[in-house]
Design a protein. Structure first.
Length: 281
């Protein structure tokens, strides 16, 4: 793993000199890699010749130093996995390397949309995410960036940043990898015990209920999803929203056509997010 910006630039210069016309894909992660990340690497191989993976636990994305410190770190396992997948460049800087001034760094603002949904409970989150993403785009100069669809708000905001700041970067996405219980594969899901997993599985079930009732309108869609969660005390629902994929703003009553159902909840202290494409009738 490369840990310095100078080392990253030198390695990228080498691989680009060896293949001047090669396309470069970037996958940005915060480590503790899992099966979902494997699919991202496979997708990157489909759309590019050189795959760069960043592994950086971004302190700007966390609510407190304690939450940042508690996030699981598995650098040895991450390195073995990425080596087995044949990743060309792995960039794993520490916080001082990528954020030498800490939280006082110049930041990219996600604007009003960054304060909705995920940003409502974590108002710092998307500014921190976009700030580091912009730094990585500047350093790596990728042709394409690859993201999972589990966090659709992130994908939307990155696409908007690319447009607004004139980055010459395409975006490729990968469908959410799910377990047999329907839950997205994620680091936080992996930290739940069996009883909490059973409770958390009601979240994708609620999205299924929303999709099944979407032809009856937005109110019926949301009511069906809420009903699927009733009676489970382990779930603390944070939001359940239906948005327009083109604007990521809430849809109005009477809207018809494609939409996204978004859900976030806390189970046993672990915050989980999910989404589903639905079609409003």
């Amino acid at each position: 793993m490369i840990s310095t910006i100078d080392g990253l630039r030198a390695r990228l210069a080498e691989v680009r000199a060896a293949a001047p016309d090669a396309r470069v894909a970037l996958i940005s992660t915060i480590g503790a890699l899992h099966d979902g990340h494997i699919d991202l690497v496979h997708r990157a191989r489909e759309v590019a010749d050189i795959v760069v993976v960043s592994v950086f636990v971004n302190p700007l994305r966390f609510a407190s130093p304690a939450e940042f410190a508690a996030y699981p770190r598995t650098p040895d396992d991450d390195a073995r996995l990425l080596e087995s997948l044949g990743v060309d460049v792995v960039f794993a800087p520490d916080a001082k390397e990528l954020l030498p001034d800490g939280s006082a760094t110049t930041k990219v603002s996600a604007g009003d949309l960054g304060l909705r949904y995920e940003g409502r409970s974590r108002p710092f989150y998307f500014d921190g995410l976009l700030t580091v993403e912009a730094k990585l785009f500047h350093l790596v100069r990728p042709d394409v960036a690859v993201y999972g669809e589990r966090d659709r708000q992130r994908v939307f905001l990155v696409r908007r940043m690319i447009r607004d700041l004139f980055f010459d970067v395409e975006v490729a996405t990968v469908e959410t990898v799910r377990g047999d219980d329907g839950l997205p594969v994620s680091t936080r899901v992996g930290m739940l015990d069996d009883r909490d997993l059973a409770a958390a599985a009601l979240l994708p079930a609620a999205l299924d209920a929303a999709a099944a009732n979407a032809d009856r309108g937005i109110d019926a869609c949301i009511a069906a999803a809420q009903s699927a969660l009733m009676g489970e005390p382990r779930i603390r629902l944070e939001y359940l929203s239906v948005v327009d994929p083109a604007t990521f703003l809430p849809v109005d009553e009477g809207t018809s056509g494609p939409a996204l159902a978004l859900i976030a909840a806390t189970v046993a202290g672990h915050r989980l997010i999910d989404n589903a494409e639905i079609y409003l009738g």
